[in-house]
Design a protein around this ligand. Sequence first.
Ligand code: FEO
Length: 394
Amino acid sequence: MSTIEIKKGIHWVGTVDWNIRSFHGPAYHTQRGTSYNSYLILDEKITLVDFVDIHFVEEWIRKIQQIIDPSEIDYIIVNHIEPDHSGGFPKIMEYASNAKIFCSQKGKEGLMAHYPGEYRFEVVQTGDCIHLGERTIQFIEAPMLHWPDSMFTYIEEEKLLMPNDAFGQHIAFSKIFDDENDQCIVFEEAKKYYANILTPFSSLVVKKIEEIVKMGLEIDMIAPSHGVIWRSYPDKIIEKYMQWGKGESERKAVIVYDTMWNSTEKMANAIMEGLMSEGVDVRLYRSSITDTNDIITEILDAKAVLVASSVINRTMLPDVAYFLEELAGLKPKDKIGASFGSYGWSKGAVANIEKKMKEAGIKLVKEGLEINYVPMKEDLKVCFEYGKEIGKMI
Ligand code: FEO
């Protein structure tokens, strides 16, 4: 894929990774691949914004060379030092060793920790500006969105925000703009990204957007570091981030369960019927055969989370435990929930699930429901009513 001029004199020189299927180790599944977006600004001061993953450095350098000689780069802006972006840093410094590097204080520390060397750093803070010639660049620190070093770059004259990971999506593409791609997929992947990466920092997301609004920055394009560029829907994705950040939910419930001999599954189905009888939109997932990232994505805008398991060795089944470990780390905002499951000669699953749900910040609104061995007709009625009562609370 060639370079793309996204605004006059501003070129995408990123790379597309069609085959990556797992990010952050095994933690984030990228079924649609991803891209590492890097931008080259041609002005009196030639400026490079962000880099690419180490595996794509040669291709990236060739792209820059299609436009300029990399040794001509005057300024380098590092919005974020995670290796999927900073992987290209040592290579570009071989070409542009005199370039001035703009980054946050934490960015400088992180770069030095990853790539020790002698560089011309200029540490910037929110509100600091640099003039490239025709364009003015403003920096906005964004700590913990999603690393301590994270920073946004804003080009005033272009109304262009380059927020690195924020507003990104893990999508490989052949067309770079939001309106050239399937809108459902783009927003779905943006939602997945938010749910699985930014959820723990939701209050900071809201504050950052409010800060940007207060600064009066006009934004007509958002060019993130992963996925497509928002030129038609920048307002919509900002609005979505506000909703997700505030923990706004729909009348929706997510049931996550695993089952040994289908008894817990029967309970889950009856509880789902009860929820549905109250008009609640329900998602039902068996944790051992469903991608955890997809479940987390559905939880983002759900009000209720119900978690269930059969008992094994006095506790829950392993895939339920994995899911809950993820959830406890992410701590989704403002959810209610409950737990249930079948048991044989000893209990333990529901109590341990409840413990973990509390750790995830979920407010338990019903006592856990446990049924011995196989749920009979009367038991399933109890399950239905259980779901119905929770449905009334949503
Ligand atoms: Fe895409 Fe936080 O790196």
